[in-house]
Design a protein around this ligand. Sequence first.
Ligand code: GLN
Length: 406
Amino acid sequence: MKQTGPGTGNTPADPNVKKYFSTRPSRADNFTESVIREMTRLALKHNAINLAQGFPDFPCPPELKAAACNAVNDDINQYAITWGAKDLRDALAERVGKFNGMRFDPETEITVTCGSTEAMMASMLAVIQPGDEVIVPEPFYENYGPDAQISGAVPRFVPLKDDFSIDEEKWKEAFSKRTRAVILNTPNNPTGKVFTRKELSFIADLCIDHDAVAITDEIYEHIVYDGHRHLSLASLDGMRDRTITIGSFSKTYSVTGWRVGYALADEGLTGRIRKIHDFLTVGAPAPLQRACVAALMLPESYYVGLAQDYDRRRRILFDGLRNAGFSCQLPEGAYYIFTDITGFGMTDTEFARFLIGKIGVAAVPGSSFYHEGGETKLRFTFSKKDGTLEEACRRLEKLEEIITPA
Ligand code: GLN
């Protein structure tokens, strides 16, 4: 007979005890669940086209699929070295040397993580002492808010200008003796901004003057348009040893579910990141790390094709949104269009729910990218097949019959 009672480990749940534990304060109370992922769930529920969460609905390159299957069949199924399989770190060092113009020692300066999400969290935990201030340009990718909360950082949100460029005066005001780090995402989610050499040099000077670390999220580095060039902040003079450069395989190779990313930083910072990473996750999936080596062997034409394909998708969605009455500009990089919805007479959340329920298209409410405000914005992703985007645009045409933008 099954034993229950104290000491048996089978004590029936006392609802009062349960309530007591779930109502005790927790650091998780300081933030909500991800709105981006909530929108995905709503899209599924209402059978809406998901232009909310940024992931492709098309397959990854066949070379990656074959490499992943081979890795499993070749018995690469146990833990890799906690900070990343050696073959992957070696291949990454070579790729980063070629593309980003930076040298990192694969033995001491590269950490493979569970996506760039973990790389960012581990980096912040490695750098921040509770109470340290962190500069976050706003709007920002929603994870940075909870990342700051979890690491104990005090975020200082600095608004970008209307054209999403850096407002130098506001940046100068935001830095203080308590500034420990800057979080920069270029190409930027949600705005599509690709920060220029001049803007990055300005940020670099501030970091150097205030002895701050820069943590750069460069996950969209290969997705840029119209001759814009991605530049890594760490490649600027004086920044190599005070920057953590975060990258990932997710967006470049259309494998967001693989959860393989990385952090590049000098030996001192890497030592700390590796310790946090080790105890958070032990390591990223071993067979997929092996498959990511194959990704890094793809020819340069792959990257050209990737940017061209996204350029085409960008134009399909942009035209569709403009036809439907949205006010927006073509993004310089990444795969989102950040629209202004002032004319539609609804808040971002009302409008997002309306679009899912009545039009059959999901987007992300702008307020998810601001610590306050953003209710006049909505973000759409174009990381989808042409046909998916075309169908979404057809559905959005119906908006005009239902509401007339002011
Ligand atoms: N980066 C993607 C986005 O902004 C996916 C976010 C996520 O769910 N991890 O939509």
